[in-house]
Design a protein around this ligand. Sequence first.
Ligand code: KIV
Ligand code: ZN
Length: 555
Amino acid sequence: MQPAPVTKYRSFPPVSLPNRQWPNRTLTRAPIWCSVDLRDGNQALAQPMSVEEKLEYFELLVGIGFKEIEVGFPSASQIEFDFCRRLIEERRIPDDVAIQILCQCREELITRSIEAMRGAKNAIFHLYNSTSPAQRRHVFNASRADIVQIAAQGTTWVKQHARSLVDAGTRMRFEYSPESFTSTELDFALEVCETVTDIWQPTPADKIILNLPATVEYATPNVHADQIEWMATHLRRRDCTLISLHTHNDRGTGIAATELALLAGADRVEGTLFGNGERTGNLDIVTVALNLYTHGIHPGLDFSNINAIREVYERCTRLEVPARQPYAGELVFTAFSGSHQDAIKKSWAAQKPEAPWDVLYIPIDPADIGRSYRAIIRINSQSGKGGVAYVLEHEFGFTLPKLMHKEIGRIINDVADARGTELSAQDLHAVFRQEYLERTTPISLQAFKTAESDSNVRCEATLTIDGQTHQLTGEGNGPIDAFTRALSTTDLPKFEVLSYAEHSLGKGSEARAVSYIQIKTGRGHSLFGAGIDTNIELASIKAIVSALNRALARS
Ligand code: KIV
Ligand code: ZN
């Protein structure tokens, strides 16, 4: 990088818009969406989709609910021409879906595109030419007037050649893009758009689509919004125009630029699923749509099964949705931080089904987009006790006493640290079982029975301690007390019971009891044991044995 001062780059000129309105507005409705996955997105793939893949992808887009789908650049490639023909001839396009094709302002390309569209019920002819000073200078060696003339001539040809399609029953709409709009002088972009509109002669019932692309994103989103508001307030036939956005993501702010430009008055959004597209990509429509949804506005697109959508996307594009991609990424419903896990657990427990969604750290109910609650908490060495307790409860039915959360959290973190990996729910369960439920050394309970007389309980227990069998008896005010007293007759460390909790595990004839007992040893250590049995009394005795075995392992 150049050391400061940075003279190699310039700041982007702001738009003079003293009366700008967009900052005070709120989004209240969804825009018209147009998928450009099969054109802009496909053009950007190292290995473009095959026709079969495109057909599958087209169906995916229709299933999501797109009513406008750019299907390619048929005059530029035979594959794109054939794909367009197959869609039409095999009647794969629902009546309420318009296919859109892209074309440059050259007559032979326009006539070829018209041929590709023949027989379509609903179609959008998307014409473009580039308008920015740098494009005019470096690529076209053309003046402003030349550029206006290219757009005007192109539009005239489209109008002329489309007549045969319209006569044959196609509902043909027209979209014009001043490519590199955001790098174009606004007055000139307006001039080109007005010229094209003059020729097309749209009406309020049959509007022209003026697509104003951020072909390369150079400015901050507020400048983009200013550019759109400037156009929206200067166009002479705003009532006959749909203003369309087409952002790219070179500065990583394509989504923000789109959202602010919608506030600025745009009606329509072009983009791709998960933001595939040249360089840093096109706008990610999934994110903008679900951002609207999480503000209470239905986007009109259905992402109820985002995993299935992602699967088709990844297979057809051979790209991977990044793990942190909003809504769709592998890790976006995963909380690693202990304090986050705790907050999620508490707020989720307080969430009423009919109340507005208010779970901390998770701005959308994962179930709304077909994602699972199970994926929410993963455990690694940074996880907190709350996450561990959550998984044991929600995945395996163990409601650990609150006081035990810290202890099990520490054990799990040590295991995760030692393994250096994240632990799955199954790993967690296995560690819990080994640490608490399956401890049979040095003490193993062989038999236990009680008899009650008056308010006293007498117990007889058979234990092996370091392989030696011991018959013990004890009396107390309950089985736990009696067993504790029986143990006090041995050489085992002395202890007192601090707390006891139990609940049932499972339902019906399969139900068992699980007990958790906290003991304090003579050395002042307090720790838990846990036991499971179909007999609740036995579960608590096993929990004492578990706690003692754990105490002995520490000493
Ligand atoms: O990014 C762009 O400017 C385009 C146009 C062709 C609309 O894709
Ligand atoms: Zn583009």
